[in-house]
Design a protein around this ligand. Structure first.
Ligand SMILES: *Cc1c(COP(=O)(O)O)cnc(C)c1O
Length: 350
């Protein structure tokens, strides 16, 4: 399918013709370094932030491209992955007509974004092992299904999706398969970025919000073939990634060794936390996790959630999500925070 993939057939027809907003800095090109900028109505007095940021984040993208071993043309950056999700839904889905397909229990934003854009949602629940049922999925797909969102490692279950299943969907589905890899840095499974050049209908999302420690800066990454990226560039708000965020991300990319050390600590802490949880009599199950959190089945999620709150510990109650009866999602904290959690755990009795 990759050979005769025609992206223009998938995109909302009115967006094919859309003339993007041309920012002041789009309209000229010169090799001079000494330019007098009188084009954008900025305050001319020099400060770190007096100029509009680069709409295409050229320097940051070059560094990300090098880090990920990709071309900058395969990268779109957003104000968090949440903006990327919104851009994808708006690029491919015609309101009132098209639909996305998701696999509950999963990240809530796919549904919220679809609803905001009046795009329909098809759901195929993950199976008992929290994996995708491919044949059920293929049965649910219609001509209106434009996007499939796969979260891997999945939030809130923590497990990575079977690569074989993802590849099967990429091969058999004629629309776009989005793989949200927000937690990839914690996973032992290889990233789908490895296959980016094999599938024109593959979109991979990653973020600076989790392992890279910049949730407050809001920076999401979208990787796809250059045609898709070019269309996304046309519909994105011109200055969607601000200067402070671009600077913070570039600084963090010079620090990847520190980030990797933190990841290693968190992975070790996760194992400790898992062992401690398994010893607690009201903990029924700790699910396998490729992420920086654990999904834990307890005797009574509402009761245990409240017990944690009473000790000033906030976890996420996922009771009520499909397949997550009496489940709490616990993020791995610092060694000190985890030690406190474990201390409290051992005080709670049946
Ligand atoms: C946390 C998370 C994100 C990150 O979203 P940002 O907008 O980049 O902060 C994306 N996807 C999933 C599944 C997440 O859990």
């Amino acid at each position: 399918m990759t050979d005769n993939f025609d992206i223009s057939k998938l995109i909302r027809p009115e967006l094919l013709e859309l003339k993007p907003y041309a920012s002041a800095r789009d309209e000229f090109s010169t090799s001079s370094k000494d330019i007098t900028f009188l084009d954008a109505n900025e305050n001319p007095f020099q400060s770190h932030l007096n100029r509009y940021p680069d709409p295409y984040q050229t320097e940051l993208k070059a560094e990300i491209a090098q880090f990920k071993n990709l071309s900058p043309k395969q990268i779109l950056l957003g104000n968090g992955s949440d903006e990327v999700i919104d851009l994808l839904v708006r690029l491919f889905c015609q309101p009132y007509q098209d639909e996305i397909l998701i696999f509950p229990p999963t990240y809530g934003m796919y549904q919220v974004v679809a609803e905001l854009n009046t795009v329909k949602i098809k759901t195929v629940n993950l199976n008992a092992d929290f994996q995708i049922d491919v044949s059920k999925t293929l049965n649910e797909i219609s001509n209106q299904t434009k996007l499939i969102f796969i979260c891997s490692p999945n939030n809130p279950t923590g497990n990575a999706m079977s690569r074989e299943n993802v590849i099967q969907l990429l091969n058999q589905f004629k629309g776009i398969v989005v793989v949200d890899e927000a937690y990839q840095d914690f996973s032992n499974q290889t990233s789908m970025l490895e296959n980016l050049n094999d599938f024109n209908n593959l979109v991979v999302m990653q973020t600076f919000s989790k392992a890279f420690g910049l949730a407050g800066a809001r920076l999401g990454m979208c990787f796809a073939n250059p045609d898709i990226i070019q269309y996304l560039n046309r519909i994105k708000p011109p200055y969607n990634v601000n200067q402070l965020t671009q600077d913070a991300a570039r600084k963090q990319l010079k620090n990847t060794q520190d980030v990797q050390e933190q990841i290693n600590i968190l992975k070790e802490e996760k194992l400790k936390l898992k062992a401690a949880l398994k010893n607690v009599d009201w903990v029924k199950k700790v699910y396998p996790s490729d992420a920086n959190f654990l999904l834990v089945k307890v005797d009574n999620a509402n009761k245990r959630y409240q017990m944690f709150i009473d000790h000033n510990i906030v976890v996420r109650n996922r009771h009520g999500q499909p397949g997550c009866l009496n489940c709490l999602r616990i993020t791995v904290g610092t060694p000190k925070e985890n030690a406190y959690l474990i201390k409290i755990l051992n005080q709670f009795k049946l």
